[in-house]
Design a binder for this molecule. Structure first.
Ligand code: ADP
Ligand code: MG
Length: 223
């Protein structure tokens, strides 16, 4: 599904040239549950944003389902994201003034799906993540774990094949983290490809495969 070859990315800050990703190569098959583990500042979010087509790279190749993704226009990137990719973030990125139901329904609006159908599908997704009794709650009326469940429902609602999660348990206590990981594993068992970025060994170990990144370089990728 994802093939990255010798990818490089750097930032220019004043006089300084900061290499963030150095010759990164990796391969992720459809249906895998993979973690990328590394310390803060090692380039994990940069790599994930690249895979999610939120950002470009300087050199190398990124293939998504046999399509070379390179300098794609913002509209093409948005098309890919809407169709194939769901995102989950550490800080949830929910819209505070919208109910759980409306947050989950939002990606369907961008797909041009009518209001009634949006609500039906969004409610079904919230039931799936265990929040069928919280659909009209606002984000600030939900616990951290519940907010992350809403975000996961939103990532799933368009039936994306690939779920990208950037430190999805980073803001949660350890018991809630385990519950969220169990939900992500269940989603993977149902056929989604799931890629989780984390700095926590325990989270990485509960995935099927681990890719380790140090200072922008992949140091270990177990089979
Ligand atoms: P991680 O997610 O592993 O903590 P990041 O990918 O966020 O790491 O960042 C990797 C490095 O790139 C850090 O040194 C960070 O300061 C730098 N960086 C990230 N984004 C930018 C940016 N937009 N401009 C300049 N430097 C950046
Ligand atoms: Mg990060």
């Amino acid at each position: 599904m994802i093939e990255i070859k010798n990818l490089n990315k750097s930032y220019q800050i004043g006089e300084k040239h900061l290499k963030v990703l150095v010759d990164v190569s990796l391969f992720i098959q459809r249906g895998e549950l993979v973690s990328i583990i590394g310390k803060s500042g090692s380039g994990k979010s940069t790599l994930l944003n690249m895979i999610g087509m939120l950002d470009n790279y300087d050199s190398g190749e990124y293939w998504f389902d046999k399509n070379l993704i390179n300098n794609v226009s913002e509209s093409d990137a948005a098309h890919y994201r809407n169709k194939y990719i769901g995102f989950v973030f550490q800080t949830f990125h929910l819209i505070g003034t919208k109910s759980a139901l409306d947050n989950v329904a939002l990606p369907l609006m961008y797909k041009g799906i009518g209001k009634k159908e949006r609500s039906i599908v969004a409610e079904k997704m919230l039931e799936k993540v265990g929040l069928g009794d919280r659909i009209h709650h606002l984000p600030n009326e939900l616990s951290g774990g519940q907010k992350q469940r809403v975000a996961i429902a939103r990532a799933l609602v368009t039936n994306a094949d690939l779920i990208l999660a950037d430190e999805p348990t980073g803001a949660l206590d350890s018991k809630t983290s385990q519950e969220i990981m169990e939900l992500l594993r269940e989603i993977n068992r149902e056929g989604k490809t799931v890629l989780i970025v984390t700095h926590e060994a325990e989270i990485a170990n509960s995935c099927d495969r681990k890719i380790e990144i140090i200072d922008g370089q992949i140091v270990k990728s177990d089979e």
